[in-house]
Design a protein around this ligand. Sequence first.
Ligand SMILES: Cc1cc2nc3c(=O)[nH]c(=O)nc-3n(C[C@H](O)[C@H](O)[C@H](O)COP(=O)(O)OP(=O)(O)OC[C@H]3O[C@@H](n4cnc5c(N)ncnc54)[C@H](O)[C@@H]3O)c2cc1C
Length: 438
Amino acid sequence: MLALKKSRAALLQYPAPYSATRMSSTSQHSPGLVIVGGGPSGLMAAETARALGLEVDLYEAKGSVGRKFLIAGKGGMNLTHGEPRPAFDQRYGQRAGELGRWLDDFDADALRCWARSLGVETFVGSSGRVFPSDLKAAPLLRGWVHRLRESGVRFHVHHRWLGWRDDGALRFASPDGERFVHAPATVLALGGGSWPQLGSDGAWQTLLAERGVDVAPLQPSNCGFDVGWSAYLSSHHAGAPLKPVVAYWRDASGRLQSRQGECVITQTGIEGSLIYALSADLRHAIAQQGHAVLELDLAPDRTLDRLCRDLAKPRGHRSFTEHLRRQAGVTGVKTALLHEILEPAQRLDAAAIARTIKRLPLRLQRPRPLAEAISSAGGVRLESMDDALMLSAMPGVFCAGEMLDWEAPTGGYLLTACFASGYRAGRGAAAWLQRRSR
Ligand SMILES: Cc1cc2nc3c(=O)[nH]c(=O)nc-3n(C[C@H](O)[C@H](O)[C@H](O)COP(=O)(O)OP(=O)(O)OC[C@H]3O[C@@H](n4cnc5c(N)ncnc54)[C@H](O)[C@@H]3O)c2cc1C
């Protein structure tokens, strides 16, 4: 409750007026902060540090910032989630404790207030997800970059960070050749490894590991999985939605879990919001056992008894497909899946059909590649940094965003953590520089 009150206080103040919150002694000749990576976490670190009086230079490999943020807004920008805390924190699984501390300073309400400060109102959709009123990311990003420029943040696009020179200077590949930048403090906000065409390709993993930073290898999160369909199913039903269905699976501690939602059959397997939400557990099972078992209830609104009774009615000359349609309400891709799973003899057994409709077993072979995933798991281990997100192995170097080792389902939890960690790293860097300049 105390944390909630604190975060509401932060919300009312956010974004703090620059003049009021700048560190008084550093407003003119403050030491500089270099931010590498212009995604939401890097931009938030820049905004926070600038508001605290630092000179801020932001370097970005691509020709513009926030490309993944813009893509995230394509199907309706899902900025955060209306779920109250502490349930909100639990979406970060094993990292709920650490993420909860970041959210104490900058939570979903603070994020909505930040959007409002850019003239963008938000609303809570029926699923609890929070969207900008126009559902778009572009106006938000445009207004934000404009405000950052006005405040004095200097942007350097087409600058790809390559690591450090022996004397500690940051190395950048730029259109004018290699550039070296000495930074009193640095925030790395380089993103994970999904959708690398948007800029975050995970190349930083080696650069940090070489410097003694503990990095958990990046893995796909919020991703699809390969099942290995027959040629018929993939050629005739790829792209078909499965809705509504209930998924049954075992979590990392072996407990049976279930969840209703929607998914989509792909050429090689299955994806969609329901599958993304289970991806951490499914990935874990595959790592442990070489495969994961996912069971789908294709007819959540009918009981097993009713299906057994109805499917036992005489079929006459009707085909298996027609019998399923009439007696179980099962059609289209659901029928194709039953064809895929049931042996010919089982198609004559009403009880076996009914059981399979209620628990269609799918053997998931592997997650789809990281490049296709919505987000990454793994990254810089939180144990290798202090509470302000500074690397223990590299004093003065902070990290933020998806490059840190946490994961969360879609629904706004990803962006919220990116913003919250950017806020924390920006403040941490400002405090560290101030301590050093005393
Ligand atoms: C299709 C899609 C939809 C999504 N939808 C949502 C959603 O609705 N809600 C939600 O919460 N999340 C969503 N996400 C996830 C969200 O967009 C990311 O979690 C978030 O953008 C990560 O922010 P970040 O700042 O950590 O990294 P990024 O946004 O990846 O930014 C990292 C930046 O660093 C730059 N960079 C990388 N390496 C270098 C280098 N060597 N030198 C210089 N610059 C470098 C990159 O070019 C990039 O601009 C979605 C993701 C995808 C792919």
